[in-house]
Design a protein around this ligand. Structure first.
Ligand SMILES: Cc1cc2nc3c(=O)[nH]c(=O)nc-3n(C[C@H](O)[C@H](O)[C@H](O)COP(=O)(O)OP(=O)(O)OC[C@H]3O[C@@H](n4cnc5c(N)ncnc54)[C@H](O)[C@@H]3O)c2cc1C
Length: 450
């Protein structure tokens, strides 16, 4: 009798406490902003993906979080600004497909938004006869990839396009252009906000946690339907799903949800020279070398900018910090991380002389100018000055191979099924951004059944 009374009393107290606590829990959850999906990274890939997702799912609540106080200040704001046509990439590869699709989408988008661009064209120039087979191979690749209006030029025709350029033959791509990719990315952000999305800048994500699957039904009852928490120094955000597009930090973000570190991001700085304003008449459009198939980068080129300046470069040297835009920028953690990686050591061993040459040309301006004079012989040392730099997020495997393809990952445990990491969005990521965004949005739909 006494036992029955005490159990009744206990149940009564439990019900009362739970009734008292439920609104408190709900209030507490209500103060923590909650979203269906949070996108980490306010570069052109994160913003493009956010825009695509909100256009496809207008009823979902979405947010972008970016660690810097402004959007697109890293790769998306520090690049050559070329709207690439897709010549270089292996036929049938995602890179080729997304670039060829991306160039048309980019021009259409810039027209719709009145974003200034210039279809100034591009020539890839062979300066020696021994480069002709490689030039022909590139031309065939371009045709296979469906690149529009490609043409082979002889030395006289090169002069008609670029009067100061010398070469034996060249590929002309009249459809190649230039644009300020940071402006394009900011427009993606504006579209996202207009469609109801939230953007948090100055929000560095430090971790993700997920309440265990076993608690889910109890939490649902308490009105808690957003099991993932995105942590940072700012107030945490709760959400159902997360997509990360972290550029130079994509491997470290992936690790937070239990993914392997590989492929590792190795930062390669690209340093530019600038033509002095009074010498910008030397260049009309983009002038590129025939890339050496033995080396992983395209080689230094002449790139006009939409603001009228002309950039020369970029080279490719290991950066001593993930966001190390100057030779003197050193981050011990990043440096140990890079040099301790077997993949980088293998690559450095393979390209040792090339690597040293790149550092030398980065420091000694005249050595870089000498390279460029192969294409524009009238260029002089005094015509150029130091320019800005960008850092490429180069994904690399343990064997030192540069990862060309897109890598998606989730991770382990309860969080693994609720996160999608875009671990590698290689160049020409800006040109391909709208096409990449569509691909990521489809991946998100398949994975999270939105
Ligand atoms: C030197 C250079 C030249 C290039 N030239 C061209 C070109 O001419 N044409 C072309 O099409 N492509 C070019 N590219 C490639 C293109 O710029 C990139 O593919 C593209 O910008 C990648 O965009 P992203 O959004 O992935 O990376 P990012 O622009 O680097 O954006 C990633 C964002 O994530 C944020 N982030 C990282 N960690 C966190 C965290 N923990 N919390 C919150 N936010 C975080 C970063 O602050 C950053 O803003 C070039 C790249 C470089 C470096």
């Amino acid at each position: 009798m006494l036992g029955k009374a005490s159990s009744l009393l206990r149940r009564n107290i439990a019900e009362k406490t739970s009734a008292l606590l439920r609104p408190r829990l709900q209030r507490c959850l209500a103060t923590q902003a909650s979203y269906d999906l949070v996108i980490v990274g306010g570069g052109i890939i994160g913003l493009g993906t956010a825009r695509e997702l909100i256009l496809r799912h207008p009823t979902l609540k979405l947010a972008v979080v970016e660690k810097e106080n402004e959007l697109s200040v890293h790769q998306s704001g520090k690049n050559s600004g070329v709207i690439h046509c897709g010549i270089y990439y292996t036929p049938g590869s995602l890179k080729a497909k997304l670039c060829v699709e991306g160039i048309d989408l980019s021009y259409k988008y810039c027209d719709e938004k009145n974003i200034p661009y210039k279809k100034c064209g591009k020539i890839i120039v062979a300066v020696e006869k021994k480069e002709l087979p490689q030039l022909e191979k590139l031309y065939q690749r371009g045709l296979e990839n469906g690149v529009k209006d490609l043409k082979i030029l002889d030395s006289k025709e090169i002069k008609e396009v670029e009067p100061y350029c010398e070469g034996v033959s060249a590929i002309l791509s009249p459809n190649t252009g230039i644009v300020d990719w940071a402006e394009v990315a900011r427009n993606y952000g504006d579209d996202f906000k207009k469609a109801g999305g939230d953007i948090y800048t100055g929000y560095e994500v430090t971790d993700f946690t997920c309440s265990p699957e076993s608690n889910r039904s109890r939490e649902k009852e308490a009105g808690h339907t957003h099991p993932v928490t995105v942590h940072g120094k700012n107030a945490p955000l709760s959400c159902r799903y997360v997509v990360t597009c972290g550029g130079l930090y994509s491997d470290r973000l992936a690790e937070k949800s239990g993914c392997k570190r590989d492929p590792r991001i190795v930062p390669f700085r690209g340093e530019y020279l600038k033509l002095k304003d009074e010498k910008s008449y030397l260049v009309n459009g983009n002038i590129y070398p025939v890339p050496d198939p033995n080396f992983p980068f395209l080689g230094v080129h002449f790139t006009p900018r939409v603001d009228g300046s002309v950039w020369l470069g970029p080279n490719a040297v290991l950066a001593f910090a993930r966001e190390g835009y100057k030779l003197t920028d050193v981050n011990i953690k990043d440096l140990i991380d890079a040099l301790g990686y077997r993949g980088l050591r293998k690559l450095m061993f393979q390209y040792f002389t090339f690597g040293i040459g790149e550092y030398y040309r980065g420091i000694i301006k005249s050595a870089q100018v000498k390279q460029l004079q192969r294409y524009v012989p009238s260029l002089k040392d005094e015509d150029v000055e130091k320019g800005p730099a960008g850092v490429r997020a180069q994904a690399m495997d343990r064997d030192g191979n540069l990862v060309e393809d897109f890598v998606f990952d989730g991770g382990a445990g309860d969080i693994g099924g609720r996160v999608l990491h875009v671990r590698n969005a290689p160049s020409p990521g800006a040109t391909s951004s709208l096409a990449i965004a569509k691909m990521v949005a489809e991946k998100v739909q398949d994975r999270f059944h939105l």
